[in-house]
Design a protein around this ligand. Sequence first.
Ligand code: PLP
Length: 395
Amino acid sequence: MIQVNQNYAKLKESYLFYRIGQKVKAYKEAHPGEPVYRLGIGDVSLPLCDAAVRALHEAADDQGSAERFQGYTPEPGMPFFREAVANYYAGRGISLQTAEVFVSSGASDELGDILDLFSRESAACIMEPAYPAYLDANIMAGRQIRTLSAGPENGFLPTPEENPDADLIYLCSPNNPTGAVYNREQLKAWVDYANRRGAVILFDAAYEAFIEGDLPHSIFEIPGAETCAIEICSLSKTAGFTGTRLGYTVIPKELERSGMNLNAMWVRNRTTKTNGISYILQKAGIAVFTDEGLAQIHENIRIYKQNAKVLMEALDSAGIRYWGGKNAPYIWMACPGGMKSWDFFDRLLNEVQVIGTPGAGFGDSGEGFFRLSAFGNPEDTKIAAERIRGLVARG
Ligand code: PLP
């Protein structure tokens, strides 16, 4: 009889968003017609920018034209797409060869697929609270997991001194769910650690576009990263591509382990396991990286950041401690009065009809915290912020 992957039996039931959905459904059934204010989702609410929409239409027309029709695309990415991403990095002073850029259908897909490159015997280091896919993808692969706790004591940014003792190191900066961002010195410590140990850093830069000021958007701003890091990025949050699906991954040519070249291994992987990413989507992707596209997506990001500001002002006036919000679309707040995160969820929903995400859903270190998302509608965000302030003031 076929033996299935028994590691799936070790997965904890992924019930965070399901449980939220059930609670909201029950509330709405009991209170028909009453509005609820959603600050829980990680999805975007603004549509694609005009430059991307125009490119989608034009590319669809290309597919209907005998002269411009595009069949299979090269698996690592269309040259025009790889070049546009390399130029985007060049704009920040990072020099990449186009062959170091790979197209993907999003960061989530890539975070799972990339594990093919690593032996199952290598342990993975995950900093909790964490984006849940890191943990589950490694459990499915049967990998040992070492957890580092992120909390107020380390500014939600664990360091290598905390001894991860693992060879596959996940760094997510700006972080989901905490909004914390590593500075150059802190990232340099991780890069040096990975190079010394022969480890590989998987750097999740899904929220890089939300950074303001002099903080690194990319691990490749750090000297030495080209010999120890892979960067996984996405247009989902940068440009509203959550439902359109497009991302990119950077694997330096210099990255070698056990005498093998990881860039060459990924070419082999993609050419075996994919048949390329849609031409139409890659055309929309390059439209995002034009001056017009960048201006338009930054306008959307400005709107989300304004939402974050409204929420932060409400928390300030309620005297609640929080992290994130400035360089990230998430605000990570301490639950008032030492409440547990699901208890706070219930109070917010039942008393002021606001929905957020309980920190405990991102791992044990998230208990006692709560995530608010700035991706919602601005009017609803204003109402929700005022309601949260009022609830905390009431005690
Ligand atoms: N990485 C992080 C940290 C995320 O929060 C998300 C989505 O919420 C992803 C990756 C996945 O992004 P994508 O839509 O590109 O799969």
